[in-house]
Write a protein that binds this ligand. Sequence first.
Ligand SMILES: Cc1cc2nc3c(=O)[nH]c(=O)nc-3n(C[C@H](O)[C@H](O)[C@H](O)COP(=O)(O)OP(=O)(O)OC[C@H]3O[C@@H](n4cnc5c(N)ncnc54)[C@H](O)[C@@H]3O)c2cc1C
Length: 329
Amino acid sequence: MKILLIGQGIAGTLLAWSLQKRGCEVYIADGNLAGSSSIAAAGIINPVTGKRFVKSWRFDEFYPVAKSVYQQLEQDLGISIWEERPTLRLLGTPEEANDWAIRCAQPEYSDHLGESKDAGAWSPFLKPGFGFGVIRQSARAKLPQLVAAFREKLQALGTFIEQNIEYQAVEGLFKTYDHIVFCEGWRATANPFFPDAQFRVSKGEALIIRFPGREAPLPPSDMLKKTMLLVPMGDGTFWVGSTYRWHFEDTLPSTEGREYILGYLNEMFEEPFEIVDHVAGIRPTMIDRRPVVERSKINPNVFIFNGLGTKGALLAPFFATQLAEEILL
Ligand SMILES: Cc1cc2nc3c(=O)[nH]c(=O)nc-3n(C[C@H](O)[C@H](O)[C@H](O)COP(=O)(O)OP(=O)(O)OC[C@H]3O[C@@H](n4cnc5c(N)ncnc54)[C@H](O)[C@@H]3O)c2cc1C
């Protein structure tokens, strides 16, 4: 079976890999369009999210699949993709510390959350006055590295097409391919094959910072979360993000985004830091916050894999496997 995927972010990458594993001949077209989400993302997987520390949707089901898929890809591609590391959670108010303590006492959270007396290796960097929690089973899937290495592999096989595919060209492609799967991220808002998909895309920005005079090797090696998340990148720099904007004019990093992140960093840190880079991407978020993984009602040989929202790293491995099986039914 010959299949064309349109878009090679994390959705296209993991679906292509799952289909290849099942013996399909897979081609991917990607036009390197502005605003790609996977190359801006830190790829963090976190069991609890939000101000109330609520457990992520179907976390216990998705996490083992994600771990297994990323570890198999590490073997296949010969690169490091999967990193498990705890997250130090800063608790800014007595109410927050109280909510945290309540969660820690709940049996369904006890594997994931704990309390900490101090900030460990983060201590010398932080302003005083915080309480501390620990999030276990947090992990990082290195999405930009995975997408880049997988693309190199496709290029070597001659199955990567560097091209923007227009919707009106799709019917003609069935002369060559049995199925077409759209994995086009936020650009799917105008996809005529899926008129019912309810997108509400959001722009996200992140900074890469370093603490002058504090070079690799780290500490600190744990991630750090308050309103912003800091992720050690392993080279002495830290990814810090991110912002959420529902209305935006372009896909570029903005002064407003940078100032927003800096405001939170200045609340957290005593230690001076400097900005090394600033990135932006558009998340393919849905109104109901659930992925869109389905066959088109307009053409049964057309599928979509999208709507990964803020949780592509956790959701994509599970749903790529499911969709690959459905396509092959
Ligand atoms: C700042 C930021 C931080 C984030 N942090 C995290 C995080 O820590 N953890 C997490 O899980 N998620 C995070 N996310 C969300 C995550 O990035 C997304 O869930 C995920 O990357 C979406 O992947 P995708 O493959 O659907 O889309 P994308 O990565 O956007 O890929 C779509 C691809 O399709 C191509 N394309 C589109 N249309 C066409 C066409 N017509 N023809 C050819 N090619 C086309 C584009 O060029 C692009 O390469 C973050 C997002 C942002 C912006």
